[in-house]
Design a binder for this molecule. Structure first.
Ligand code: IDP
Ligand code: MG
Length: 136
């Protein structure tokens, strides 16, 4: 089996869309193998988004991801789960996200785009290690 990290960002929790997002994974026959509602601290946010530290939107991104609780989870499927989840998420900018995707159906803002999913197998391993260090 193959795992990826997903975060239902604070806007998803605030708007009550976590159930909708989880339902989509369940209907796709992906399994949730770890899940926690968590107030993200600045240090964890900085580790998670290290690749964006120099980007102009970084400050806004950290402020957003730490503003209220997020639901962090590990999702499992048969193979390339990160890719399946990314396809279900849609484009980063919800304005460009296709209808039928999570962002394309539910979102409209760039920073507040509801969901994070690892962007490669390597990212998935790194991010699962950050958020669920105890997970074998
Ligand atoms: P991803 O979440 O689709 O992998 P990344 O490029 O890794 O997209 O960016 C991380 C997050 O930073 C995005 O999900 C979004 O919340 C935010 N973000 C990315 N680019 C921009 C931008 O140009 N303006 C505002 N926010 C952005
Ligand atoms: Mg990314």
């Amino acid at each position: 089996m193959d795992r990826t990290l997903v975060i239902c960002k604070p806007d998803a929790v605030e708007r009550g869309l976590v159930g909708e997002i989880i339902s989509r994974f369940e209907r796709r026959n992906l399994k949730i193998v770890a899940m926690e509602l968590r107030q993200v601290d600045e240090e964890t946010a900085a580790r998670h988004y290290a690749e964006h530290a120099e980007k102009p939107f970084y400050g806004e991104l950290i402020e957003f991801i730490t503003r209220s609780p997020a639901v962090v989870m590990v999702v499992e499927g048969p193979e390339d789960t990160w890719q399946v989840v990314r396809t279900m998420m849609g484009a980063t900018n919800p304005r460009e996200a296709a209808p039928g995707t999570i962002r394309g159906d539910l979102g409209i803002l760039f920073t507040e785009n509801l969901i994070h999913g690892s962007d490669s197998a390597e990212s998935a391993a790194r991010e699962i290690g950050i958020w669920f260090p105890g997970l074998g």
